[in-house]
Design a protein around this ligand. Structure first.
Ligand code: F6R
Length: 255
């Protein structure tokens, strides 16, 4: 595992975008695993900027997103499909047919999970999976306690995740209570993983995930077992690691 230091959110975003862009340049038909949330916004802005400058070409890329709320259709501004359209897909030259998310309108859970797993297998698996991390260590919507063996599945969201996501909805009552998510098994099958982390609120859970015991209680801790993980985190998110394991961080200004 490589842990890369960045001064702040902007620099973290640029470093992570560099890694994604190297992947696209080296393999133009890459399958990129993508995430939503606040963390990747700066990365997506940077990728759009490089695309507009002619440095990146997405025409042969495929994308698979980690998750989607059950009950929201892609035209709903709170859906992850809408998020991806607005924050990335509409602003780059990716073929819409090559962009994939779980279908939030499919109420038959088993059918949808099977469809999404089969799709990922048909695409040949994920080349580079971009991840964020929740304050409780969740990855995708894999909340603490989720078995590591799962592929795509339907989850009931925890109260803390519903609260954290409420900022995107007009009211707490409108936050969906279920979601489809790629499971930790599917995520671990990605050839490369890029975990982007920003902010002091993530400092404790980042240290626990990367250096603590590997346990379903901290879903991100299983990343310790993946052969090719790069973590790009800003100074605030690295606060605990900088103190406890300073020699583990590449680009640490104090080394
Ligand atoms: C989103 C996702 C979530 C987020 C996590 C962190 O697709 O999979 O696991 O990565 O909740 O969210 P932010 O980046 O908003 O702190």
């Amino acid at each position: 595992m490589k842990i890369l230091y960045a001064d702040n959110y902007q620099s973290m975003s640029r470093k992570a975008a560099n890694i994604l862009s190297a992947q696209i340049i080296l393999k133009s038909n890459s399958v990129l695993g993508l995430a939503t949330g606040s963390t990747p916004l700066g990365i997506y802005r940077q990728l759009i900027d490089w695309y507009q400058k002619g440095d990146l070409d997405f025409c042969a890329c495929h994308t698979v997103n980690l998750d989607e709320y059950v009950g929201l259709d892609p035209q709903n501004p709170q859906s992850y499909a809408w998020f991806m359209q607005s924050n990335l897909f509409r602003q780059i030259n990716i073929d819409p047919a090559n962009t994939h998310l779980p279908d939030g309108t499919q109420m038959d859970e088993m059918l949808e999970c099977q469809r999404y797993n089969a799709l990922i297998h048909r695409l040949g698996g994920v080349d580079l999976q971009l991840l964020g991390i929740g304050r409780n260590g969740h990855i995708g919507f894999n909340e603490p306690g989720t078995a590591f063996e799962k592929e795509t599945h339907c989850v009931r969201l925890t109260e803390s995740t519903i609260q954290a996501n409420a900022r995107f909805f007009p009211s707490l009552e409108q936050v969906p209570t279920r979601a489809y998510t790629m499971g930790m098994k599917a995520i671990m099958q990605a050839r490369k993983i890029l975990l982007a982390v920003s902010g002091a609120a993530k400092a404790d859970i980042l240290e626990a995930s990367l250096f603590g015991p590997i346990t379903p209680q901290v879903p991100a801790s299983i990343l310790q077992l993946h052969p090719d993980v790069t973590v790009v985190a800003d100074q605030e998110a690295l606060a605990v690691i900088l103190h406890a394991h300073p020699d583990q961080i590449a680009g640490n200004p104090s080394c």
